[in-house]
Ligand binder design. Structure first.
Ligand code: IMP
Length: 233
């Protein structure tokens, strides 16, 4: 068991995507002096979870569960935090949605790169007037907490979403994925024209993470409440 875990809580970001880690770390790092935030790379973990579910919620839970099983016994108090995100375009009946990472068909069968998906989206949207779209992130938290009062485990999901429009062409060079073609309502700018701090002040992922942190505080308070019944596993 990692020495740091004796009386501290580890939050493990259940993603190998460096772009997401870059955004989520600053949102989580200062939530409490007794919490340590790790990404999979920090822990030397390489794990690919197949996103086989048909909902963002289902896939986020798959990822959080996989990490908790993989790291079983490593921390006394551990919470996996997994994000699954989709871009939902009104005129495409909500596509690419849960398939946002695999939107562009690739003739050689390899997974599409961000650029392939953006090019394909702009092609599909050529001549389309209704360009309304929504970014939606679901965060799954799965926790296993050992304490003197007994073991406690939980699963929880929450979401954040932001509306905008798909631009006619790429604008901006920050961010990742569909950021250069998603203009956020009320800002006149795409996510790719914002720094990480600006994106984190209003993004779908930041909204979901903030809800997750608030919910987590409540869950952890319950876990230390003297009236709590230890969970039957
Ligand atoms: P995932 O399944 O949550 O990893 O996300 C699916 C795909 O959505 C990613 O491969 C990115 O192309 C895209 N994506 C996720 N989050 C964002 C974001 O914040 N901005 C732009 N694109 C994103």
């Amino acid at each position: 068991m990692d020495p740091v875990s004796e009386n501290r809580t580890a939050i493990v970001l259940a993603t190998g995507n460096r772009d997401k880690v870059k955004e989520m770390r600053p949102l989580l790092e200062n939530i409490s002096p007794s919490i340590d935030v790790f990404c999979l790379r920090d822990l030397g973990v390489e794990i690919e979870v197949d996103e086989t579910e048909e909902t963002l919620e289902g896939n986020a839970l798959l990822k959080a569960r996989a990490i908790i099983s993989h790291l079983a016994g490593r921390f006394r108090r551990m919470i996996a935090l997994a994000d699954d995100t989709g871009l939902e375009v009104d005129s495409l009946q909500g596509a690419p949605g849960v398939y946002s990472a695999r939107f562009a068909p690739m003739p050689d069968g390899r997974p599409p790169a961000y650029e392939d998906n953006v090019r394909y989206l702009l092609e599909r949207m050529q001549g389309v007037e209704n360009r309304k779209a929504h970014f939606r992130t679901v965060i799954a938290l799965k926790g296993c907490i050992q304490s003197a009062g007994g073991d406690f485990s939980f699963e929880h999901t929450c979401e954040g979403s932001v509306s905008g429009t798909i631009t006619l062409e790429r604008t901006g060079s920050e961010g990742f994925g569909y950021d250069p073609v998603f203009m956020v309502n009320g800002t006149g700018r795409t996510y790719a024209e914002m720094s990480i701090a600006e994106k984190n002040s209003l993004s779908h992922r930041a909204l979901a993470v903030r809800k997750a942190v608030a919910d987590l505080n409540n869950i952890l308070q319950q876990s230390s409440s003297p009236n709590r019944q230890p969970e039957k596993q």
